[in-house]
Design a protein around this ligand. Structure first.
Ligand code: 13P
Length: 291
């Protein structure tokens, strides 16, 4: 039960009106910190790796570490490939053992987005119990290799969402609703909560069929996050905040302990910093105690 795809834990989350925290990692220490915190909170978990860290460490290495950690964990854990713009790389990660694959063809024209998403869905479903995430509309900001300017970002049309979900066959769906990757420039970013609610109503009004994903978690207030969950968000992505926690905690330790050469001590500080961020989000999203 510990190794799961995203859809299965999100179905439960959507029905239980909470969201599963989906945390981006770039190395082993971060992955361990995320897993240990979710275990301590008894929360279901999605570990996310974007394309660059997946390529740097290698999909097989990441998947092997994930499986080792997840197999002995008393909580369900999914390993998700985040924002791959390549169908081939999705397939490679699916072969390696990732359990949720995101094909981000949102910058392609509509028909091409459906075609690429369908190809990943068909491939992953033929391998077994894997789920696939697709995106419609574009999320502004920078997430790894995917860069969308603010004036280029487009919100997801609820009517088109129905057609997209049906024809692509996606298992979980990320509609662009005004949240953004990276750090928000204002405390109250313009997020279209009603649009998310409408999409959720159309897709899931008669029972949850396609759980919804919220991108761009970093910097959103607790109130925003709670409202997004209320409107149907069942997976909540946090990436930038974890990168800041990693770099700031390492830098802080190293500047204060310039004469120390014990990498294990840096790892401890990093783990604590990551754990603090992850634990706070799990509480906000309401997933503590749900595993
Ligand atoms: P942030 O970097 O804004 O937290 O966004 C995370 C995300 O949506 C990853 O897909």
């Amino acid at each position: 039960m510990s190794i799961v795809n995203a859809r299965e834990i999100m179905l439960e989350a959507a029905e239980g009106k909470y969201a599963v925290g989906a945390f981006n990692i770039t190395n082993l220490i971060q992955m361990e910190a995320v897993v240990e915190t979710a275990i301590a909170k008894k929360a279901p978990l999605i570990i996310q790796a974007s394309v660059t860290p997946s390529k740097f460490l290698g999909p097989k290495v990441i998947a092997a570490i994930y499986r080792t950690l997840a197999e002995s964990a008393p909580i369900p854990i999914c390993l998700h490939l985040d924002h791959s713009t390549s169908v081939e790389f999705c397939k490679e990660c699916a072969d390696a053992g990732y359990t949720n694959l995101m094909i981000d063809a949102s910058k392609q024209d509509y028909e091409e987005n459906i075609r690429q998403t369908r190809e990943v869905v068909d491939y992953c479903h033929s391998l077994g119990n894997l789920s696939v995430e697709g995106e419609l509309g574009t999320v502004s900001g920078v997430e790894d290799q995917v860069i969308v300017a603010e004036d280029e970002a487009q919100l997801c049309s609820p009517e088109q969402a129905v057609d997209f979900v049906e024809r692509s066959g996606v298992d979980i769906f990320a509609p662009a609703i005004g949240t953004a990757h990276g750090v928000y420039k204002t405390k109250n970013p313009k997020v279209d909560f009603e649009r998310l609610g409408k999409i959720n109503q159309i897709l899931n009004g008669n029972g949850v069929k396609i759980p919804l994903v919220v991108h761009g978690g970093t910097g959103l207030s607790k109130e925003y996050a709670i409202k997004l969950v209320e409107m149907g968000g069942a997976k909540f992505n946090v990436s930038t905040e974890l990168k800041y926690a990693l770099i700031d905690s390492s830098y802080g330790y190293m500047t204060e302990n310039r004469d120390q050469y014990n990498p294990g001590k840096v790892d401890i500080v990093v783990k604590e910093a990551i754990s603090k961020v992850v634990g706070r989000w799990i509480d906000v999203l309401g997933s503590a105690g749900k595993a």
